[in-house]
Structures are given as C-alpha cells and as structure tokens.
Design a protein around this ligand. Structure first.
Ligand code: GDP
Ligand code: MG
Length: 665
C-alpha cells in the first residue's frame, strides 16, 4: 500500500512522515526543506509505504518540486493521499486540497498544528468541512504525536474499501459550463492517459503544457475547447487562470465562513509581527543578520568548537601513543605499527578531531532554520541580492553551503526560475563548506597562531566577496535578465524542538564520522602505502623516494608559481578532490605526525605566504566528488565540467596573484 503525503510547504509533512515511519528526515521551519521524494515504511504496519512529497501550493507545474510531486501523484498512482494542512492557514491548504480531490484517489485531510490552532483560539468545525469536501477530516498535531493513529486508521479504511472522494463540483456559472464542456470533449483522451477527466479539464483550461502533451488532443478538439474558454473569459471579463483560481477561492470562502471561527486577534501571529518589526527592519535587518552570522562563526571557530576540538585531538594523540607502545611491547613488525599509527591514527584522527567544531556549526545553522529566521534572511537580503542578479531565495542554498555543498545544491530546487537556479548552483561552491574547516584550522594554527580566528573568518569572507564579483560578471555575460520577483510566505517563529535539533545533529555527525572511517580511512591507508614504498615495493628510508613522491613531483611544478610546488602539497590537493577533509589527513600521514604537531611540521614545506596561497587555492578549487555529482544531477554533465574548470582556474589565478604580490613585500 502506498500512501503519499501531500501538502503546502511547511505544513508539517516531514514531521508526520517521521512520526509514522520512525525515520528522521530533516524538518525545518523553512519552506522548501524537502526537495526530494522520500520513502519509508510505516512503523505500525509493514505493508504500508509512505512517501513524503515536497511542499506544493498547486498541481500546476511551476517549480521543479511541483512537477516532482505532481508526477508522483499522477503517474505512480498511490493508493491513498494524506493531504496535510496547516490549521493556522486553512485557506491556503484547501486551495491544494480542491485539486487533490479531483485525482480520484482515496484521500484523508489531516489538519495539523492543532496545538497552535487552539492556542490562538481558532475553532475549526471538522464535521462541517467534512460535509462539504466529502472526505474524512482529522485534526492532528504532528510534532506532539496527537491524532495520528486516528488519521492512519481513517486512511487505511478508505483504501481497503477503495473509497475515492466522490466526483463533486466546486464551480458555478460560466466556469462550470466551460469545465464540463471541456471534460466531455477530452473524456476519451483522459481515459487513455488514465487521468480523471474533470482534473484534466481544469488543467487544460489553465493552459497546462504537460497535460496538453499527455492527452494528445486533435486540432479540432483543441479548437473547440479554446472557443469555449474564450467565451468564458469574455463572459467573466477575466483571464482563464484567474477564473479558475477565483472559482476555487469562492468555494473555499464559502466553506471557511461556515466551518471556521476566528478570534478578533491572533496572538501567535501578533507576536511574530512584533519580532519581525525588529528583525526585518528596513535599516537594522541586514546589520542584525550580519551580526548573527558573525557570532555563529566566532562561536564555532574561536570559542566552543576549537576548544572542544583541541581537547579531542589531544585525546586521540594520547590514544595513538598508547596503542603505539602496546604494539611495540608486543614486538609487532615496525611496518605494521607504522600502518596503524602513521597511517590510520594520523589520517583518521586528524579528521575526527574536527567533529566538535562541525557539530557546533551545524547546531547554530539549524537553530537559524528551525526558528523561522532563515526565511526572514531571504526576505531582507532580497533587495541586496537582486543588485547582483540573485533573488532572496538564493540565500538559503548559500547558507546551507557553509555546512555542505551537496544539500545546498539540492536546495536550489526551490528556485522557480531556471536562470536563478543555475546561477545559484554556480555560486554555491564559493561558500566554504565545513569539510574545509580542518584545513584552515591546521594552517592557521601553524602560521598565524595569533590571528587564527581572523584568518579562518577571512577565508569565508573572501569566498563571499569573490562570489559577489562572479555574480556581477556572470550577470553581464551569462545570466542575463532579472531574477523572478520574491514571493515567499514567512512562517511563524517557532522554538526549535530539542528532539528535532538533536536528530539533525546526530545525522550530520554520523555522516561526518562515517566519512572519516570510510573515505578518509581508505585514503589514509593508500597514501601511507604509496608513501612507504618505492616502485619496486621496497620500504623506503626517506619518503622522497616513495611512489607518492614520484606522482606528486609530476604535478608539483604546476604549483611552483604559487609557492607550494612540493609533492606533498600536490598530493594533498589530489586527495582533497575526493573529500576536502582528506587534505589534512594526507598531510598528517605524509608528515607522519599526530594532529597536534601537524602544525609544527607544516613549517618544513610552507612559509606563511605560500601557506596563505595554499589556503586560497583550497578555498576555491574544484568542489569534491560528491558536490560535483550533485551539480551533475541538477544541471547536467556540461555544467558539471564548467563548474570544475572554472573553480580550479579561478583558484589558480587568485592564489597566483596573491603569492606574486605578497612576495614583493
Ligand atoms: P514540511 O515542510 O511540510 O515537511 O514541514 P516540516 O515537517 O518540516 O515542519 C515545519 C515546521 O512545523 C517545523 O518547524 C515543525 O517543527 C513544525 N511543526 C510540525 N508539526 C507541528 C505541530 O503539530 N505543531 C506545531 N506547533 N508545530 C509543528
Ligand atoms: Mg518537509
């Protein structure tokens, strides 16, 4: 049994999905967090598969996510639909319900956020709603786990009895006549395409291209329908889209007038407006945002994160020396000891010690998102971003990009115009991802101890500034035109729930640790091996004679103009292509040292100027394999190569310019 969860953005679909399946998909108080279709098996009944669709407002394909959701509903024929509506904005939810009701699929409407509905003193008479819409209406609170059993029971009963919503009319007057006439004309085509005729008729009147293709109507039929529509437009003196929307809203108004009683003032909303008066203030909004970002980075790098990371790396080093002593006492072959200590401990350990810093960064970013502030950021930054050719919505992928480029690139699906989306994907790699953080940290420790935090923040700022320049240039030459106007509804502020935040942190941490023990683990062993032996597989005394040195010195000359033309740096950059953390683990293995002393050893191959040039290069050069794969998924192979080439050549040029100028002084 397949049940689809459909509803507006931010109505609580993912929260419900998590409750039902026991999984922990990311929930966020921001429209567009779920941009993919996610599937899970129901906890209580293993024969039920649940599908979490991205949030949509309509079944007209405007954005990628709407197309995704609609294709799923029309082509995969789920057995049932749970239509989830945010009870505090019932009207908007019902706009979608009216379209879902026409799909001839058993459906239950879940009215979510009942806790907020109560708190605001709103009364929703579910029996009246149910009389009108002729489907069960179940009040629930997804994050408090209330009403969910009733909901599932109602859904399963309907599916077992194959009880689809009865065909019903929401229309009257000219729209009614045109709709029914159209439905008659295309009835046989609709049957062949297996879509309900009344649904097809509405879509055709709305001028829906994909539906037109699916139905393959003949020329005469098209003409007949077009005449009917023009007639309707003349009679109503509004265009076809407006006529259909108007019909839906009239019906919704009729229902809600009978079924909903609202208090004179809306407490929760009033509070939100009060907070918004400050946070989205015309003048103070942006400075407040910048200060918040500054505090986030400062906490991450200068205070909590780095302190915890230092503690952990100390711990890992002690463990390594205990293990090393143990192995020595056991009299193990020194090559094996070297593999364990210089390979695995050095490589994996150097990456693991950054777990706390990354947890802190993700924790703070998730607070921004869950509270509802991120949506405000999109709003206040819109004007500024528009100047460089982006829309406010682009800020969200960019902020996510500070965590990891992969989800950031996926988040660009919320952008409705192709131009905006492409441009955002191209700019996201400029936002320095958290896997680069270990690199900055180790180098900053080694060469700029006193100004450690400054250098690290500088990396982020340089990335952002270059993104702005890149945006301005590409706007002139590549992405001509304007971003589409900003339309997004600002969700109410909510206190992030502890459970939610913990789940998210756990996911990210697990991810990072898994990478440390898989990619980094393997890379460390490979690097260790290539570094330990020469091409005749004799163990080498000096790693200058190793296989790795041979490979590295082949590439190294390219980097001589940038100041770091040694084989170790080139090798680190190559492994960094697999995963950015690997840059640090590679140095750790090559210098065969523990984390705490990488910093002192780096002095043997870099000076402060070449170190900074190296940092600039790592900030900008090609994103890692996973991120590139994400670009390919979103924009195709050509764009993928463009991203790789552009980023790498830009990295080279910037590092070169910096190094050449800096050595003059
Ligand atoms: P989606 O976009 O539809 O997947 O919505 P999410 O599941 O991501 O939830 C959006 C926001 O609503 C999150 O901040 C949730 O914590 C919050 N939320 C979900 N269900 C409830 C509920 O029953 N009551 C309240 N007060 N908040 C909820
Ligand atoms: Mg979601």
């Amino acid at each position: 049994m397949i049940i689809a969860l459909a509803g507006n953005q931010n109505s609580g679909k993912t929260t419900l999905f998590n409750q039902l399946t026991g999984s922990n998909q990311h929930v966020g108080n921001f429209p567009g967090v779920t941009v993919d279709v996610k599937e899970g098996i129901s906890k209580s009944d293993k024969s039920v598969k649940l599908v979490d669709l991205p949030g949509i407002y309509s079944l007209s394909p405007y954005s990628g996510e709407e197309i995704l959701a609609r294709d799923f509903l029309l082509k995969e024929h789920p057995d049932g639909i749970i239509n989830i509506i945010d009870g505090t904005s019932l009207e908007r939810g019902l706009y979608l319900s009216m379209q879902l009701l026409q799909l001839n699929i058993p459906m239950v409407i879940a009215i979510n956020m009942m806790d907020e509905v109560f708190a605001n003193g709103i009364v929703i008479k579910t029996d009246i709603l149910s009389d009108y819409l002729k489907v069960p209406i179940i009040p629930i609170s997804a994050n408090k786990n209330e009403g969910i059993d009733d909901l599932m029971k109602a859904m399963i009963d309907l599916i077992k009895n194959k009880c689809a919503p009865p065909r019903q009319d929401f229309c009257s007057g000219p729209v009614h006549r045109t709709l029914h006439a159209t439905a008659h004309i295309l009835e046989d085509h609709a049957q062949r395409a297996s879509v309900p005729a009344s649904f097809a008729a509405v879509k055709i009147i709305e001028g829906d291209e994909p539906m037109l293709n699916d139905l393959s109507l003949g020329k005469n039929e098209k003409d007949m329908i077009e005449h009917g529509i023009v007639e309707m437009e003349n009679e109503l003196s509004m265009d076809r889209m407006a006529a259909i929307a108007d019909m839906r809203y009239q019906y919704i108004e009729e229902i809600t007038q009978k079924a909903v009683v609202r208090p004179k003032t809306d407490k929760h909303h009033d509070k939100t407006i009060k907070i918004d008066n400050i946070l989205t203030h015309k003048i103070f909004g942006i400075p407040i945002f910048l200060s918040i970002m500054f505090v986030i980075f400062w906490l991450t790098f200068a205070v909590v994160g780095s302190f915890l990371s230092d503690l952990l790396s100390g711990g890992i080093d002690s463990l390594a020396s205990i293990v090393s002593k143990g192995l020595n006492n056991f009299g193990i072959n020194p090559v094996v000891e070297s593999l364990v200590v210089d390979g695995v401990f050095a490589g994996v350990g150097s990456v693991l010690s950054f777990v706390p810093t990354i947890i802190v960064l993700f924790f703070l970013l998730s607070l921004l998102e869950d509270s509802g502030y991120m949506a405000r950021v999109a709003f206040i930054m819109d004007k500024l971003l528009r100047k460089i050719g982006l829309s406010g919505k682009s800020i969200v992928p960019m902020l996510i990009g500070f965590g990891c480029t992969v989800p950031a690139i996926m988040a660009t699906r919320t952008l409705t115009s192709d131009r905006d989306k492409k441009m955002t994907v191209f700019l996201t790699p400029f936002m320095s991802c958290s896997a680069k953080l270990p690199i900055y940290s180790v180098f900053a420790m080694a060469f700029f101890t006193k100004y450690r935090a400054v250098v690290m923040i500088a990396m982020y700022v340089i990335g952002i500034l270059l993104a702005i320049v890149a945006a301005l240039i590409s706007r002139k030459f590549v992405f001509k035109g304007n971003p589409i106007p900003f339309v997004m509804e600002l969700p109410n502020y909510r206190l992030p729930t502890a459970k939610n935040t913990m789940l998210l942190l756990w996911e990210k941490t697990k991810d990072f640790i898994t990478r440390a023990f898989t990619i980094i683990f393997i890379a460390s062993i490979v690097i260790w091996f290539l570094n330990k032996f020469d091409i005749r597989f004799n163990a080498v005394e000096n790693s200058k004679d190793s296989i790795l040195a041979l490979i590295g010195s082949f590439i190294a000359p390219i980097f001589i103009p940038l100041g770091f033309g040694n084989w170790m740096a080139s090798t680190a950059l190559i492994t960094g292509f697999m995963a950015k953390e690997a840059v640090v683990s590679t140095f750790a293995v090559l210098l065969s040292t523990q984390t705490e002393s990488i910093s002192s050893q780096l002095g043997t191959i870099f000076d402060p100027i070449s170190a900074f040039a190296f940092l600039l290069f790592t900030l900008l050069y090609t994103p890692c394999v996973a991120a590139i794969a994400a670009v390919k998924r979103e924009l195709g192979t050509k764009s993928m190569f463009v991203v790789v080439l552009l980023q790498t050549s830009l990295a080279y040029v910037i590092a070169l310019i910096f190094y050449r100028i800096a050595i003059l002084f």
